[in-house]
Design a binder for this molecule. Structure first.
Ligand code: GAL
Length: 440
């Protein structure tokens, strides 16, 4: 990292971004460090040779996500038998529990070897505080640079240096469905051509079947934020969405209000226990034939794959979220190397492996995502993901997500979460709209 001649300021900003300083200090040491290297105060490491323990902090415990990480770790251990993996999960969809834990550990010079984070703007807090290693030479060699999609490569270097290794690309604007439920209701998903037509389809499902029209979770705000993101693109198009992302909410008042109103109308058709379940528990309703639709990133397809006897095409399928054809709304995950790293050599090996063909070929088909390397063969990707790959290649736009941190700074994301925590349940469009005008 570069030298820091303003460290108190960046440290203070970091504390502010992570919430109350007291809370951060109180959490220090909650999660054990797993390192065997010698830390020094300035964050530089002297690493021992021989065996190292690699502590990986992530939130992949739901649906097929744990299987995907396991597949990645298995491949890594085959290639690097000298490294022992400490698989340390901080469960909670969309990282809802990970951030505070990681920030307190990084601040207290007790970081894990690596942790999961969205590349792009989500990295801002860390790059501003200069707590991520520049891995431009050690990990991002020529071979990797040549193989990656340019856009993803850019997300890995938000402040100039390469600091992250993305390993997947998820699509957010999917509408998954249980095929039998839609058939029983006489609803043709291919004919749903707008967010308001989806509302009509849900009304039909409600009157024609006993199923819940839309499986959803409102326990944490992220699923409703991402639903609103898709509806906003469906209502206003990508330009409006990007303009909102850039902070121009009131310039797009009609589209923002209309999209919020549609989400409020959809909420009439959510499962009754939406406020107390996690996203994958809600999705179980689709798998069991108790719910019709699910709006989620295609990590939901990873869960379908992991379910017994629930087959793509015959039992479940999907359409791009109504009104967003041609858009590939991107969510991507990466791993980083914090400074004061307890296992620098093992961490570099892990990051290189995440950036390899083998790693991405093992991980993505199970996760329900496509690889950011352009040279990963198609063979392991089933029919659903093969279609997603084609859709990605043919897409007109690949905007980043708000709920999944790549498109907005952590501060904006946290403001938007505040707005949607209240919106979840109140469904008050006026106050959500006013909240959003201040959030960006
Ligand atoms: C996203 C993440 C995905 C998936 C999802 C649900 O933020 O990028 O990989 O884990 O949350 O937790």
């Amino acid at each position: 990292m570069t030298s820091d001649n303003n460290s108190n300021l960046t440290r203070r900003r970091y504390l502010e971004a992570s919430g109350a300083a007291g809370a951060v200090i109180a959490m220090a040491g909650c999660m054990g460090g797993g390192g065997d290297g010698d830390s020094t105060d300035d964050g530089e490491e002297s690493s021992g040779s021989g065996e190292q323990e690699l502590e990986i902090v992530h939130w992949w415990t739901a649906g097929g996500e744990a299987d995907a990480l396991e597949a990645l770790i298995d491949g890594f251990e085959e290639e690097y038998p000298d490294v022992t993996v400490n698989n340390n999960a901080a469960p909670g969809g969309a990282g809802s529990a990970l951030d505070t834990e990681i920030q307190s550990r990084v601040l207290n010079n007790d970081p894990p070897s690596t942790f999961q984070i969205w590349p792009g703007k989500a990295l801002d807090t860390y790059t501003e505080s200069e707590v991520l290693e520049d891995i431009g030479d050690s990990v991002w060699d020529e071979e990797m640079r040549d193989a990656y999609l340019d856009g993803v490569k850019q997300l890995s270097q938000p402040a100039g240096d390469f600091v992250a290794v993305p390993l997947n690309i998820h699509r957010l604007n999917n509408l998954f469905y249980n095929a039998s439920v839609l058939e029983d209701a006489g609803v043709d998903p291919a004919a749903i051509d707008s967010p308001s037509a989806l509302l009509d389809a849900m009304e039909t499902i409600d009157s024609e079947t006993d199923a819940t029209p839309m499986a959803h979770q409102t326990q944490a705000p992220w699923s409703t934020i991402q639903l609103w993101e898709s509806v906003l693109i469906g209502v206003g198009g990508v330009d409006v969405y990007q303009d909102v992302l850039a902070g121009n909410v009131s310039d797009n008042e009609d589209a923002v209000r209309e999209s919020l109103q549609l989400v409020a109308d959809y909420s009439e058709y959510f499962n009754d226990d939406a406020g107390s379940v996690a996203w994958d528990e809600a999705n179980n309703g689709v798998i069991q034939g108790e719910a019709a639709f699910l709006h989620q990133g295609d990590w939901a397809a990873g869960q379908y794959q992991a379910a017994d006897g629930f087959e793509y095409d015959s039992d479940w399928s999907y359409v791009p979220f109504p009104g967003t054809d041609g858009v590939y709304h991107v969510v991507t995950d990466s791993f980083v190397m914090p400074t004061s790293n307890p296992s620098p050599e093992a961490t570099e090996k892990w990051l290189s492996y995440c950036g390899s063909v083998d790693g991405q070929e093992r991980f993505n088909p199970v996760k329900g995502s496509i690889p950011p390397r352009t040279d990963v063969p198609n063979d392991e990707f089933g029919p659903f993901l093969t279609t997603q790959r084609e859709d990605f290649d043919n897409s007109d736009a690949q905007p980043p997500s708000i709920a999944h941190g790549t498109g907005v700074t952590p501060e904006v994301k946290s403001n938007v979460e505040g707005v949607f925590s209240s919106f979840n349940g109140s469904w008050n469009v006026d106050s959500a709209y006013n909240g959003l005008t201040n959030a960006f």
